[in-house]
Design a protein around this ligand. Sequence first.
Ligand SMILES: C=C(CC[C@@H](C)[C@H]1CC[C@H]2C3=CC[C@H]4[C@H](C)[C@@H](O)CC[C@]4(C)[C@H]3CC[C@]12C)C(C)C
Ligand SMILES: C[S@@+](CC[C@H](N)C(=O)[O-])C[C@H]1O[C@@H](n2cnc3c(N)ncnc32)[C@H](O)[C@@H]1O
Length: 361
Amino acid sequence: MDSMTLICTVGLLFVGLYWFVCIHGPAEQKGKRAVDLSGGSISSEKVQDKYDQYWSFFRRPKEIETAEKVPDFVDTFYNLVTDIYEWGWGQSFHFSPSIPGKSHRDATRLHEEMAVDLIKVSPGQKILDVGCGVGGPMRAIAAHSRAKVTGITINEYQVKRAKMHNKKAGLDSLCEVVCGNFLEMPFESNTFDGAYSIEATCHAPKLDDVYAEVFRVLKPGSLYMSYEWVTTSKYNGDNEEHRDVIQGIERGDALPGLRRYDEIAAVAKKVGFEVVEERDLAAPPSLPWWDRLKMGRIAYWRNHIVVTVLAAIGVAPKGTVDVHDMLFKTADYLTRGGETGIFSPMHMILCRKPVDAKSDS
Ligand SMILES: C=C(CC[C@@H](C)[C@H]1CC[C@H]2C3=CC[C@H]4[C@H](C)[C@@H](O)CC[C@]4(C)[C@H]3CC[C@]12C)C(C)C
Ligand SMILES: C[S@@+](CC[C@H](N)C(=O)[O-])C[C@H]1O[C@@H](n2cnc3c(N)ncnc32)[C@H](O)[C@@H]1O
């Protein structure tokens, strides 16, 4: 091979790699590039250790005895996955029913707008996003309702990302983000005109604790809506395959144990809410929410190669490959949960804090 051929071959390889990683890299939505994958607030050299600690804690979710450690491990989980989620899914970390003729992005936005339409707020009112991620839903909801949204997340890195996205979208005057634990929120009682949580309260070891906090910070008469992750009436604890799927979902999503669909309203009532409506938005006639995961399979293989190459050449932290591998397997468990109908990520509950609730409660 003469030197000219060698230079051309190396040049083409570089262009090909650049295209694969930087241009073709973002699996669904541009915003995060593969070369920017990080361990969130965890320094690069600690990502592998933190992943190993996470995995040994959540490997058998039903056996977690130290519930008070859960928020710290959830925080670690989001340090590990936030960039990969943004890169491969977008800025909204949740599912939505497929809608014929609509893109995933539109279906996601409609699912978010439904949340704020349900809690009936007016422009300028103050609402709370419980477990806000990097703020995809918050921005769609603020733009749609013109309400002022305060989001809370336990993960400092997500706060940084959410603030950056809010500013970029020109929505920072309507959207505020706070780092904190939704089990002990840093807000005065009776502050908000409405609240919602989108696929976030499933991380609480006891649903009572987070619902009681939401109840406390809401003004009497105002509404709270939540999309909950649950096992459905089709789940049979004696069926080994069912148990395997649910355990796969729990350990790949930092969940201290999924709740049954019929536990949600009971908890809401127990903390003082009136239940206005409850419905599984994944049930027919809704179209499968897991189609997006299934259709993405080839992209996830491609992503796995990208992540492996980037970690090998030291661009992505060591440990990113294990995190990606865990998510890859989790996508399969989630799909099986959807196809068998034993799991729903969108069991919707709408509650009201009674008008005559005591002002200090
Ligand atoms: C509500 C939660 C998160 C729900 C979803 C947003 C995420 C659940 C599983 C995630 C993913 C799985 C496969 C990844 C893929 C291998 C990678 O290449 C690109 C990102 C994924 C598609 C990733 C994206 C987000 C999820 C769909 C939980 C945590 C309560
Ligand atoms: C799957 S993400 C959903 C984020 C957002 N609702 C969305 O749909 O894009 C779950 C969110 O809950 C937050 N979370 C989990 N446990 C928390 C806790 N104890 N306190 C505050 N936030 C928490 C996570 O940090 C993350 O932002």
